[in-house]
Design a protein. Structure first.
Length: 380
């Protein structure tokens, strides 16, 4: 036989599979109608477990694992179809619907905003990109930023969430969950670290360099090239620049931004000294209230899944079944819970799509813990 003959046989089998799949989904729809009439839940765990055992037993041993994987996906698709037919309205989907209706059509140009650091910090620069005329209050820690919003001192907060080279700021995720805050917008900024010093300072004279730990790690290669220099971590890059200015010394420098150079009257001894040129940090604007502005096309979620085989697969297959693209998937261990993880997802989907609403209605049933962090758009 020729290759085309085998392919013709495959085409015939595929035609039959499509017909049978359509019939299977038709029956699933009829079952959904029955369950709705009888007040039964969509998911029947015992039935699905037995079904997988049955198909595994009937399958040839050499393709048994593939058969189980195929039927697991088929059941996810059937369940998703049934949920759509039955309606997936939950407290969360109703909350999202109200937020879409009640949020103003335009993102505010002016607001009282909390940032971590001091004038010139990257969070403040991100704030200026998000708001036309923000009234910025500065706090020493991320925790203090969250507390200021919770107490009503500030409407919003702008904080870093992740860096292209250093990864996510896990503390921020923890605080988002603890305070039950929402993301209302985000901005992606290129970060350049420059070696700044007081006027008259020569590179050869520098004995100490101040900066934030993350900036220090991002400039590790450059710092290693300097001999006899002590690197001292501090709160953030803007604080480092201010410390250099206030010291009046000509043997210290800071890894900081160009706006800080102008703000504190410093000179640049070396520019863009980070190890990688494509160094970006993503900042989020957080709020105590759920606000969903027009054009929201990104959604952030956190969830804890059952510690059993296939739990993550079931979530990912639901994204796939609904045609929802995944921008980010990250996991981190849960303290004091052996081998259990919290998963972070960023989804690329319009908040107005029916698939998004259906997904939000289904997620809580797949997770042990589920947090909806918000739907928003990103400024570039």
């Amino acid at each position: 036989m020729e290759l085309k003959d085998y392919r013709q046989q495959l085409d015939q089998v595929d035609d039959e599979l499509v017909r049978l799949f359509a019939r299977r989904m038709e029956i699933a729809a009829q079952i959904a109608a029955y369950k709705k009439e009888q007040g039964l839940p969509v998911l029947d765990v015992a039935r699905e477990r037995q079904k997988l055992l049955d198909v595994a037993e009937k399958s040839p041993e050499e393709i048994r694992e593939y058969t189980v994987s195929l039927y697991s996906l088929l059941m996810e698709l059937s369940r998703s179809c049934q949920n759509r037919l039955l309606g997936t309205g939950t407290e969360l989907t109703e909350q999202i619907g109200r937020a879409i209706e009640e949020t103003p059509r335009l993102f505010p140009g002016s607001a009282i905003v909390a940032c971590q650091g001091v004038e010139g910090a990257n969070s403040q620069l991100a704030c200026d990109k998000l708001f036309r005329l923000p009234n910025v209050f500065y706090f020493s820690t991320f925790e203090a930023v969250f507390s200021a919003i919770e107490k009503g001192l500030c409407q919003y907060g702008v904080i870093p969430l992740e860096n292209s080279t250093a990864g996510s700021v896990n503390m921020v995720y923890d605080l988002m969950t603890r305070h039950n805050f929402r993301i209302v917008r985000s901005v992606r900024m290129k970060i350049d670290h420059n070696l700044l010093a007081n006027p008259g300072t020569k590179l050869a004279d520098v004995k100490e360099i101040y900066s934030h730990e993350q900036a220090i790690s991002q400039c590790a290669g450059y710092l290693q090239s300097l001999s006899g220099v002590k690197v001292i971590p501090c709160e953030n890059t803007a604080v480092a620049a201010r410390m250099v200015k206030e010291s009046g010394r000509t043997d210290v420098a800071a890894l900081s931004s160009r706006p800080c150079m102008k703000l504190y009257g410093l000179e640049c001894l070396a520019e863009s000294v980070q190890d990688q040129g494509n160094n970006y940090t993503r900042f989020i604007c957080i709020s105590k209230n759920l606000e969903i502005y027009p054009g929201a096309d990104r959604t952030s979620l956190m969830m804890v899944l059952p510690h059993q085989p296939g739990s993550l697969y079931k979530v990912l297959s639901r994204f796939y079944a609904l045609g929802i693209n995944l921008n980010k998937l990250e996991s981190r261990p849960i303290p004091e819970r052996n081998f259990e993880f919290m998963f972070y997802f960023d989804l690329d989907t319009s908040v107005y799509s029916p698939q998004f609403i259906q997904l939000m209605g289904e997620m809580e049933s797949l997770c042990e813990e589920f947090s909806y962090l918000g739907s928003y758009s990103e400024v570039i």
